[in-house]
Design a protein around this ligand. Structure first.
Ligand SMILES: [Zn+2]
Length: 470
């Protein structure tokens, strides 16, 4: 039995995706069960909207869970266990200031509370703390103040937080820390193989100590490394200021590694899953390039999405002697994906960059249509019809007719260069898309031939595209 324990304090990102995929796949692999548990024991962070948003994101990833609950559902049970620890003199109430506690931990020196406020005296104080919202003491484990492992130096188990909780309201104001709630919940919910990232390594000793003192079953802790992507930080500390300063549009900005950002950009859940499984269960910390995600995504999209013409930075091409044609052009080499019909006359648009590279007299092919010879190059290009037959080695260029739609494609780059926000991280590509693109449903990914994959989005101002990758 495994579990994914997100804190409902934000949108899920690719790091969460790795955890959720490993947790759920591991359970499937051994025909086990997979629990979704919201670790919502810090009311200062938990927000109601995130419970649903996180579930929505998990469903988008294709993850299903066998059971779901909130740690905040179990607070009475946590209180009972805390009482047990105090009664056994394994935990004590501490009224010292955060500074004194920090100093004590640093020097490995315990405070007077350790001997004074445990056992029956501690229990009385604990009961007072549960009823009075003004008694801002903490409950600490009697660990090992001289331990080499600083996490063992009497860690905090409960603290008072009077902020209203999104689910339990004002019912509780004494909240367990991650050390306590994580260990207890893994055990009492029946989880056998909880995964944690390597950064919690030092806290493992605390985890097992708490369970041991409570005589609760100890699960088999599993470890995996955090997933980091070069130039795409996942921490809220780094992302939040960007949103507040309006440097990105929100948590679904296409430059961010949030699942919502990746979705808008055209990264599909199947690719994320495959990418995570490719990385494997390794414990080695690694920073990977986003190009690895892109290459998995490309392999997934290439045989599946329709292809259209988009002409970036268009220049007009006039083919004076052009035959009027009605052509059907396949939307994909796989003929089952259909075709679109285009009527052509003498006016076309082709990418300026291609036009500039070609010389007078050169023959190129309007992809899927016919050949054109360049006669004149000015503000526009003049050409003449040069036959239908395919000529080897000729450039095949995408085009549109006068019937096109103007389209801006936003091209995301790395949002951070080193430690700094990269102001050049969102480029714009302006151009004309063929008319059929207007019929593509919002959110669909297409391939613009010779440009790349693009996720289309209908906004209030009209259709825009987000560049997925080449
Ligand atoms: Zn103290």
């Amino acid at each position: 039995m495994t579990r994914f324990p997100p804190e409902p304090n934000g949108y899920l990102h690719i790091g969460h995706a790795k955890a959720a995929i490993i947790d759920s796949e591991y359970a499937r692999l051994y025909d086990g069960k997979f629990i979704l548990r919201f670790d919502d024991t810090n009311p200062e962070n938990a927000l109601l909207e995130f419970y649903d948003a996180q579930k929505e994101d998990l469903r988008w990833l294709g993850i299903e869970w066998d059971a779901e609950y909130h740690t905040s559902d179990n607070l009475p049970r946590h209180y009972k266990l805390a009482e047990q620890l105090i009664g056994q003199q394994d935990a004590y109430l501490c009224k010292c200031s955060p500074e004194v506690i920090r100093e004590g931990r640093f020097h490995g020196k315990s405070c007077a509370c350790r001997e004074q406020f445990t056992g029956p005296v501690g229990l009385d104080l604990w009961k007072q703390m549960l009823t009075s919202r003004d008694m801002t003491w903490i409950l600490r484990l009697r660990g090992e103040m001289n331990s080499e492992n600083t996490a063992m130096r009497d860690p905090t188990l409960f603290r008072v937080i009077t902020t209203r909780h999104p689910l339990t309201g004002d019912t509780y104001h004494v909240w367990p820390t991650y050390d306590f709630a994580g260990a207890v919940e893994d055990s009492i919910s029946g989880v056998t193989h909880p995964f944690r990232t390597k950064e919690y390594e030092l806290r493992d000793q605390v985890y097992f100590r708490i369970l041991n003192l409570l005589k609760l079953r100890a699960p088999h802790l599993m470890e995996f490394s955090r997933l980091s992507i070069n130039g795409m930080p996942v921490s809220k500390r780094k992302i939040k200021p960007l949103i507040e300063q309006g440097l990105v549009s929100g948590y679904d900005d296409v430059r961010l590694p949030t699942l919502r950002g990746l979705k808008r950009r055209g990264i599909v859940p199947e690719a994320i899953k495959q990418f995570v499984l490719q990385q494997g269960f390794s414990k080695v910390e690694s920073v990977v390039d986003f190009s690895l995600v892109e290459s998995v995504n490309r392999k997934y999209l290439d045989p599946r999405v329709k292809r259209y013409y988009f002409v970036p930075d268009p220049i007009q091409l006039v083919v004076k002697d052009a035959p009027q044609k009605t052509v059907k052009i396949a939307l994909h080499p796989d003929a089952t994906m259909g075709e679109r019909t285009i009527h052509t006359a003498s006016i076309f648009f082709i990418p300026r960059q291609d036009a500039m590279k070609m010389n007078l007299g050169e023959v190129f092919r309007l992809k899927g249509l016919y050949n054109v010879k360049i006669i004149k190059k000015n503000e526009t290009i003049q050409g003449s019809y040069s036959g239908d037959a395919l000529i080897a080695e000729t450039a095949k260029i995408q085009w549109t007719t006068e019937e096109h739609i103007p389209l801006t494609v936003f091209v995301p780059g790395l949002i951070f260069t080193g430690e700094n926000f990269n102001p050049e991280s969102l480029q714009e590509l302006h151009g004309y898309a063929e008319k059929a693109v207007a019929e593509v449903p919002s959110g669909d990914i297409v391939q613009f031939e010779r440009v790349g994959f693009v996720c289309l989005e209908k906004q209030k101002t009209g259709l825009v595209g987000f560049f997925t990758h080449k």
